[in-house]
Design a protein around this ligand. Structure first.
Ligand SMILES: [Zn+2]
Length: 171
């Protein structure tokens, strides 16, 4: 990309540089959800149409976008900006757990939905955060794992299939 811009699109390179400069200058973390925002509190957290009794915990701002695109959730979010990974030096402080605890115990939140990734780090984070929040008397849930929409059993990996069987529900 750098070569392309240098060789063929110098005005484009200028615009990109300016956009990056402005982003570095203006973008900060929302005081409530910790996602990227240009104001102290982001648009989503300021919205009165969201259900303030639900708080969904995700790893990255991109995860918030994905959840919003799925149009399946009306509550609020907290973005950890990562997942616990002791070997990489990422502990509770690096994923802002003190702020999450304060946010989740604001008196309005009733249920916290853990939507961290289904990786080793994401699972460990969900477990750790879940224990902390349960100890504060909050209802804690974890998003379900299973077959993709339109998926066929014979084409699904065995790990996903095994989880789908373990997490089956009554119909
Ligand atoms: Zn926010």
């Amino acid at each position: 990309m750098a070569y392309h811009l240098l060789q063929r699109d110098k005005p484009g390179a200028q615009r990109l540089a300016e956009s990056l400069r402005l982003a570095l200058e203006r973008v900060r973390h929302c005081e409530k959800c910790n996602s990227y925002a240009e104001e102290a509190v982001c648009i989503l957290c300021r919205s009165e149409r969201r259900d303030a009794t639900l708080l969904c915990v995700v790893e990255t701002p991109a995860d918030v976008l994905m959840m919003e695109q799925a149009q399946c959730y009306q509550g609020l979010y907290f973005v950890l900006m990562g997942a616990l990974s002791p070997l990489d030096g990422i502990g509770p402080r690096e994923i802002h757990l003190d702020r999450l605890l304060r946010r989740a115990t604001d008196g309005l939140v009733r249920e916290v939905i853990l939507a961290t990734n289904f990786t080793v780090e994401g699972e460990a984070t969900a477990h750790y955060v879940g224990e902390l929040l349960r100890a504060k008397g909050l209802a804690v849930s974890r998003i379900a794992r299973g077959l993709p929409v339109g998926g066929e059993l014979e084409h699904v990996d065995s790990g996903t299939l095994a989880q789908a069987v373990l997490e089956r529900r009554e119909v």
